[in-house]
Design a protein. Structure first.
Length: 82
């Protein structure tokens, strides 16, 4: 399982190239976790404040684009429990 975090300011876009991934997203402020399985050609966006987790179900590749440059000195990553 990958993820288990949210971003305060960064929006993320994902484009699945190959394979399948189980995606879990919890809305900002809590609430029910949405779960779906995505595959090749799927595109989705994770908004700031949405906690997210990924589980690769098969070997996969994806492209991840961020709305702001990643800053190693002050990463916009807030860990959350599953």
């Amino acid at each position: 399982m990958r993820g288990g975090h949210f971003h305060r300011d960064t929006r993320e876009l994902f484009l699945i190239i190959s394979g399948s991934i189980r995606v879990r997203i919890r809305p900002e402020g809590g609430g029910d976790v949405r779960e779906t399985v995505v595959g090749p050609g799927s595109i989705f966006i994770v908004e700031p404040g949405e906690a997210h987790w990924f589980e690769t179900l098969t070997p996969c590749a994806w492209i991840n684009a961020l709305s702001k440059k990643f800053d190693e000195a002050a990463p916009d990553i807030v860990p959350v429990a599953a």
